[in-house]
Design a protein around this ligand. Structure first.
Ligand SMILES: NC(=O)c1ccc[n+]([C@@H]2O[C@H](COP(=O)([O-])OP(=O)(O)OC[C@H]3O[C@@H](n4cnc5c(N)ncnc54)[C@H](OP(=O)(O)O)[C@@H]3O)[C@@H](O)[C@H]2O)c1
Length: 264
């Protein structure tokens, strides 16, 4: 996929939320290596600075913005970058695995703010400037979980289902405008996602981790979306079959799925 970006994107800014690790960091490295100027946003400033240094040493351009997407002022600070940004990658997000009745209420709120509200607000903030310029890209990092509402990931699945419907509708609304909105839907990816989910209060280890692919594979798909915009891509590609699992086998999952989530 994408050895090159459209010429018009070279030297343009790409804002990547959640760039301090995993998919976001890999996407930043990839886009910088292809000539984009990356703006790295997340909470862990030292990680962002280290990545920015690495990118600059490799000949790229990077800038760091410390932002907690659960915080309205920090979301507004990122929104203010709209006039100078050609590509918005809504990637920041986190998971939690366990019975929803045991999910700490403060984590419920935080997940809605980071995985959902930030996506809606930043997209709303960036669109007018992109439309006025007649070009731009919004790439939302969703998950196969959005189409697979399983036991253990009740709220996480719902936030990704939101992202799926939101981006699909937006993709249609933007047709002909020069602005593109698309979804990247990975299956399990090797990143800090799993240890973090398991380390949350009342969180359990997420069983899918053993099937994880490297984050660079998702970064390649992100660059591919810029080179050839589409409504949705899966990573790896064969996971496109996942969209048929719920409609075809939902009844079986109703019966057997709960066996996968052990109490205690
Ligand atoms: N790993 C998987 O199996 C997988 C599969 C499908 C989809 N995804 C999605 O891919 C995205 C990236 O996850 P990942 O796998 O790369 O996990 P990761 O290594 O844990 O990275 C998550 C990123 O989100 C940032 N983040 C979390 N909470 C934040 C907050 N309140 N404010 C700002 N940034 C925040 C983190 O930065 P700080 O902690 O420094 O703020 C980090 O940079 C997520 O949306 C996730 O749902 C992951």
């Amino acid at each position: 996929m994408a050895k090159q970006l459209p010429q018009a994107l070279r030297g343009q800014n790409a804002l990547i939320s959640g760039a301090s690790s995993g998919i976001g960091a890999a996407a930043a490295r990839k886009l910088a290596s292809l000539g984009m100027h990356v703006i790295l946003a997340a909470r862990r400033t030292e990680r962002l600075n280290a990545l920015a240094d690495e990118i600059r040493q490799a000949g790229g351009q990077a800038r760091v913005i410390t932002a907690d997407l659960a915080c309205a002022e920090d979301r507004a600070a990122l929104a203010a970058l709209a006039p100078e940004t050609a590509v918005l990658i809504n990637n920041a997000g986190f998971g939690w695995y366990g019975y929803y009745a045991e999910m700490p209420p403060e984590l419920v709120r935080e997940m809605l703010q980071v995985n959902l509200l930030a996506v809606a607000e930043l997209t709303r903030a960036f669109l007018p400037a992109m439309l006025a310029r007649g070009g731009g890209y919004i790439i939302n990092i969703s998950s196969v979980a959005g189409g697979l509402p399983e036991q253990g990931v009740v709220l996480y699945s719902a936030t990704k289902a939101f992202m799926d419907a939101f981006t699909t509708a937006l993709h249609r609304e933007l047709r002909g405008s020069g602005v593109h909105a698309g979804l990247v839907c990975p299956g399990p990816v090797s990143s800090e996602f799993y240890p973090r989910a398991a380390g949350q209060p009342n969180g359990k280890p997420v069983p899918a981790e053993r099937f994880a692919v490297p984050p660079e594979m998702v970064a390649k798909a992100v660059a591919g979306m810029l080179a050839r915009p589409r409504r949705r891509v899966y990573v790896p590609g064969w996971l496109a079959v996942s969209r048929w699992v719920e409609p075809l086998f939902g009844g079986i999952i109703d019966l057997l799925g709960p066996l996968l989530l052990k109490r205690g």
